[in-house]
Design a protein. Structure first.
Length: 253
């Protein structure tokens, strides 16, 4: 039953986000991807399969991963100003790994990790220069959305399968690697240039505040109140924060 949920819920979530991003533009697309579309299913299945203690530690790893995602955005955006998307993606990936490794070494409590993640988002948004993007119609390959759905499902299945070997924090960190934001940024970069890619990444940074809210609530409530309450409360918190941040991206569509 759990495997069926993995194979159904994840691609449906990614399909919805991908269609919405096409409709409302790069910044809104990045903002939507900031929701824990992949990490939330991973966290849920970890809680069911490995227990609430494991999920609590994974939530801390997810907060570490949030700060690392901010590093990815800056690394990609700054490199993309002078080089093409391959170099920008490589720089972003290295920045993600460096940020995650640094925070893994320092054992910080959940609330401190949340503060660090928020600070990383605020600072990173200031380091990403934005420009006016002239959007134009683009012929999108038929395989684009199916490929995203397949990759997302593969990530969820793989991470939950190897979670016992990876440990809770590392599982949480790896689950936050911005696969879909990277896909959106690279596609925008190739088709519309570095400005469009920066719009995606800026939107992601704004969207990640809801991500922080989600995993902070999970980490603070799941051991005390159980899986159902924790995920319901975390979802409500993330959606509330996401709704409040929407006005920030309206001018960047």
């Amino acid at each position: 039953m759990i495997l069926v949920l993995k194979l159904v819920i994840t691609p449906v979530l990614i399909l919805a986000a991908s269609l919405a991003s096409r409709r409302w533009g790069e910044a809104v697309g990045g903002w939507l991807i900031g929701l824990p579309l992949t990490s939330a299913p991973v966290a849920f299945f970890l809680a069911v399969e490995q227990g609430t203690g494991f999920a609590e530690q994974a939530a801390a790893g997810s907060l570490i991963g949030t700060a690392a995602q901010a590093c990815f955005c800056v690394g990609y955006a700054r490199t993309g100003e002078r080089f093409g998307w391959p170099a920008a993606f490589a720089a972003g990936t290295l920045a993600f790994a460096a940020g995650a490794a640094a925070l893994q070494i320092v054992a910080l409590p959940l609330t401190v990790l949340a503060v660090v993640a928020i600070g990383a988002l605020v600072l990173s948004a200031r380091f990403i220069p934005l420009g006016v993007v002239q959007r134009r119609p683009v012929a999108v390959p038929r395989w684009d959305i199916p490929a995203r759905m397949a990759v997302a499902t593969a990530i969820v299945v793989t991470l939950t399968a190897f979670a016992p070997a990876l440990g809770p924090r590392l599982s949480g960190v790896l689950a936050t690697f911005p696969v879909f934001a990277a896909v959106l940024a690279v596609f925008a970069h190739r088709v519309q240039g570095a400005f469009a890619a920066r719009q995606v990444l800026w939107g992601l940074l704004i969207g990640l505040f809801g991500f922080i809210g989600f995993f902070l609530v999970i980490g603070m409530t799941i051991n005390t109140f159980g899986i159902a309450f924790a995920f319901t409360a975390a979802t409500l918190a993330a959606l509330t924060i996401q709704g409040c941040s929407l006005w920030l991206v309206k001018g960047r569509k």
